[in-house]
Write a protein that binds this ligand. Structure first.
Ligand SMILES: NC(=O)c1ccc[n+]([C@@H]2O[C@H](COP(=O)([O-])OP(=O)(O)OC[C@H]3O[C@@H](n4cnc5c(N)ncnc54)[C@H](OP(=O)(O)O)[C@@H]3O)[C@@H](O)[C@H]2O)c1
Length: 413
């Protein structure tokens, strides 16, 4: 029943975040990402595809009725990143099919599989990833049903369990680490990027009372929005190279798929300062190049460092995970039934057109000669009877199938 659903995934559970970044589809902008995903979809003959890349996973959700080649994972990821070896791919990538794929999707949506269990950000990311792939014509009805089911299940998990109590997120854990650095409130903070994550970072900075924040972003308006909430200053990303007033803390988080703060730029930003700097890089892949961390006196905070803190959080929520899994079991049964029903609905979709075609065939071919010699009143009566029969007969298989669906749903559930 669920055979067509497949997932290729690399997650924080079985590999390091540095490894995950190697599986991210490299792209300079949304147009380039769309082109690359479309090319993958047609190269591998995949009917429907959704791509999700977050700070702790890369996931491709597919629907395809064809069986996958035995070395599908390797060929697929080598098409994304040719330097990846077959061995490295098989060590890091999991391929899930059928029910296992559905189960994984539901667990991801409910944040049970997240680095920080109970963080709801994943649900937004999953929906956005799916909506984007839908707009780009990459996905279809099967994945729509899967996503819809996963969202409903996740919402129930969030409301009926205490999984989201005492909310923490990657951002809040990073901010906890920043607090430990005990920077003064007037510390010079440079924030690079003005996406969803840095909006959250800004809320924490505002709450903690930091007063000297400069925000740099490609789109100036988004930098301005964040700067306003912090009484700070906004600049275009291109102005960063000319920022000569030094800094105490650099917070970098953008969607760039390669490092955007290289050693040369970092030295310019230092403006001659030699004392220790705090750098928070929440991007995956990292946006601050390794050379900067290796060559300078920095207190570097990245997502990988937050893993231990996330584990503490996980222990606290372990009981709730059990309750969440029980709820998901029920939702997975509903999903199986929904897929089954949709399959029958799709088949029934053809019934009205086929009935109509049969009627036309009877009137214009099989009984044409007999009808042609009838008077006008009789012909009109005959046509009305045929229309009536068409409508009524169309309804019969639909009614019977609906009754059968209702009882099979009860059995499958
Ligand atoms: N959301 C989370 O919970 C979370 C948590 C931790 C880490 N992360 C990681 O944080 C990063 C950003 O995620 P997000 O959710 O904040 O993304 P987002 O809302 O899509 O925002 C992306 C930001 O990056 C900028 N950007 C994109 N490509 C760029 C490039 N090539 N050069 C310079 N700036 C670029 C965008 O600028 P424009 O405004 O000009 O488009 C925007 O400010 C990702 O690596 C993600 O994995 C996310």
């Amino acid at each position: 029943m669920l055979n067509g659903f497949k997932i290729l995934t690399v997650t924080h559970r079985n590999t390091s975040l540095q490894h995950i970044e190697k599986f991210v589809v490299p792209h300079s902008d949304e147009v380039a990402l769309r082109e690359k995903l479309s090319a993958l979809k047609s190269e591998f003959g995949i009917a429907e595809m959704t791509y999700l890349a977050t700070c702790n996973r890369v996931m491709f959700l597919f629907y395809t009725e064809s069986a996958l080649l035995p070395n599908f994972q390797s060929v697929f990821f080598q098409s994304i990143n040719p330097i990846l070896s077959e061995h490295f791919i098989s060590e890091n990538v999991a391929l899930l099919e059928g029910r296992a794929a559905a189960e994984h999707l539901y667990r991801v949506a409910s944040s049970i599989d997240s680095l920080v269990v109970g963080e709801r950000e994943i649900l937004r990311q999953l929906r956005e990833a799916h909506d984007r792939c839908q707009q780009w014509g990459l996905t279809g009805d099967h994945l729509r049903i899967a996503l819809q089911g996963a969202v409903v299940a996740a919402k129930e998990v969030y409301t009926k369990t205490r999984l989201g109590d005492k909310p923490v997120s990657v951002v809040s854990l990073a901010m906890r680490e920043l607090d430990k650095a005990k920077l003064p409130k007037h510390a010079r903070i440079l924030m690079v990027g003005a996406g969803q994550t840095n909006v959250l970072v800004a809320k924490f900075l505002a709450k903690s009372g930091y007063q000297n924040v400069a925000v740099f972003n490609r789109t100036l308006e988004r930098a301005q929005q964040i700067a306003t909430t912090l009484n700070g200053h906004a600049f275009s990303f291109d102005d960063l190279a000319n920022h000569q007033t030094g800094f105490d803390c650099l917070i970098v988080c953008t969607g760039a798929t390669k490092a955007i703060i290289d050693n040369q730029l970092y030295i310019r930003l230092l403006a001659g300062d030699t004392n220790q700097k705090t750098i928070i890089d929440l991007s995956v892949p990292n946006n601050v190049c390794k050379e900067v961390v290796a060559n300078h006196d920095v207190h570097f905070i990245e997502i990988e460092d937050l893993r231990a803190l996330a584990q503490e959080n996980r222990s606290f929520r372990e009981q709730e995970v059990t309750a969440a899994n029980e709820l998901l079991e029920q939702h997975l049964a509903d999903f199986v039934a929904a897929v089954h029903n949709r399959r029958i609905e799709r088949a029934l979709h053809k019934v009205p057109a086929e009935m109509k075609a049969m009627k036309e065939y009877a009137l214009n071919k099989v009984f044409k000669k007999e009808i042609d010699v009838l008077d006008e009143n009789t012909r009109e009566l005959l046509e009305r009877m045929m229309d009536f029969m068409e409508k009524k007969c169309t309804g019969i298989p639909i009614k019977v199938a609906k009754e059968a669906l209702a009882s099979s749903t009860a059995v499958l559930a």
